[in-house]
Ligand binder design. Structure first.
Ligand code: COI
Length: 385
């Protein structure tokens, strides 16, 4: 049947850390970076204005290995000190590393953009650093400081700058990982941690490109439960989503929309992004209360929507409310702001309005404009590399 209708809570509280960080700068780290890069980079791979030889017009979300990665290690009794940019390649791990045996690991995703004037930018990397710190606390890991994290992301982006796509062609997706790399047999925190960053140029996340997504509401498998680690970016949240994801994809859907594990009633998030709905000019998204990832794009869209004069509600959203929604869209670093064209729940398909003049379109163009530099960045979200 087709029905037609026309943290980051807490993290953001701390976002002053972020904006002060961008003002504070990382000058001593930046000069160290410059000298370490001079040693590591060959002029041919690091000169300004030079692009890697790939087809920039057909970037999807596949891995294109770049030139360099960043690594930094520390033992469980110390803090991270000094990392280094090194050639991209495989890493060596003990078979009994905590991450391999017990999934002690976190990841992040950040995008670097190139503007028309050739300057390079990151979007809110301090928020990823804060989220990694909160995740590390949850997973009993040592995490880099905010300054170390942002510095390392900048170094990685700079070292790989020939892989940052031309303006409008995509972005360099930067993937920081924090893993329990030390050997351990019994269940316990790993004795050593590795902070690693690699990168890949990317375009659209979904094979649909910019076309609307078709979501499938999953009521058998759940992504996260209360008291678990669904609210942080633990690697353990992702592999269990694969079964539902492949079931949905085999049915022709773009992604899965999960319901809460207790009552199977309220929508939570998709496998790879947060979800919003719009009704009567009110923008609503499920409240994050430990089971939903505290998305940085999610929080940014909430702020942008309020700036544009919309009422925004973070609350429980029963799945039935989607039937009456006017618009639905997803947000995430990889996904960006992606309109949802349909949602299928228990055999019923609901379709949504599309168009650039709709709320989703306005939020998307403001968000993308801030990243591209065509809309004023009032909150200091953009960090130049
Ligand atoms: C991101 O949006 O950066 C993510 O980490 C989601 C991932 C499944 C690609």
């Amino acid at each position: 049947m087709v029905l037609r209708r026309g943290y980051l809570g807490s993290l953001i509280q701390r976002s002053t850390i972020g904006s002060s960080l961008s003002k504070l700068g990382t000058s001593s780290l930046a000069s160290q970076a410059a000298s370490s890069l001079q040693q590591l980079c060959e002029p041919s791979s690091c000169s300004d204005g030079e692009y890697a030889d790939i087809d920039w017009n057909n970037l999807g979300f596949g891995l294109t290995p770049t030139d360099y990665m960043y690594t930094m290690k520390c033992s469980k009794d110390e803090n991270f000190k000094q990392g280094q940019v090194r050639r991209y390649g495989n890493i060596e791990l003990s078979p009994s590393a905590g991450v391999l045996n017990y999934g002690q690991g976190l990841f992040e995703g950040i995008k670097a953009y190139r503007r028309e004037n050739g300057r390079l930018f990151l979007f809110r990397p301090d928020q990823n650093a804060i989220r990694m710190q909160i995740g590390a606390e949850r997973m009993c890991m040592i995490s880099p400081s905010i300054e170390q994290f942002v510095h390392a992301v900048k170094e990685t982006a700079l070292a790989n700058r020939r892989w940052i796509p031309p303006p409008g062609k995509g972005s360099l997706y930067i993937r920081p990982l924090l893993i329990g790399s030390g050997a351990i047999l019994g269940l316990a925190p790993s004795p050593e941690y590795t902070f690693l960053i690699y990168a890949s140029p990317v375009g659209n996340y979904f094979k649909e490109g910019t076309a609307p997504l078709n979501l499938y509401v999953e009521d058998e498998f759940h992504r996260a439960s209360r008291g678990g680690a669904g609210g942080v970016k633990s690697i353990t949240n992702y592999a269990p989503a694969l079964k539902a994801q492949s079931k949905a994809q085999n049915g022709g859907f773009s992604d899965v929309l999960y319901l809460d594990a207790v009552n199977k009633r309220n929508i939570e998030e998709a496998s790879s992004c947060n979800i919003f709905m719009v009704k009567d000019n009110v923008v609503s998204t499920p409240a994050t209360a430990g089971t939903i990832l505290e998305g940085i794009t999610r929080r940014s869209i909430i702020d942008i929507a309020r700036d544009l004069g919309y009422q925004v509600e973070e609350r429980s959203i029963p799945v039935e409310e989607l039937i009456d929604a006017e618009e639905v869209f997803c947000t995430g670093t990889a996904v960006g702001v992606a309109p949802v064209g349909s949602i299928t729940y228990q055999g019923k398909r609901v379709e949504y309005e599309m168009g650039t003049q709709l709320v989703c379109g306005k939020l998307h163009s403001t968000f993308a404009g801030i990243q591209r530099g065509t809309v004023e960045d009032k909150r200091g979200w953009i960090v130049e590399i």
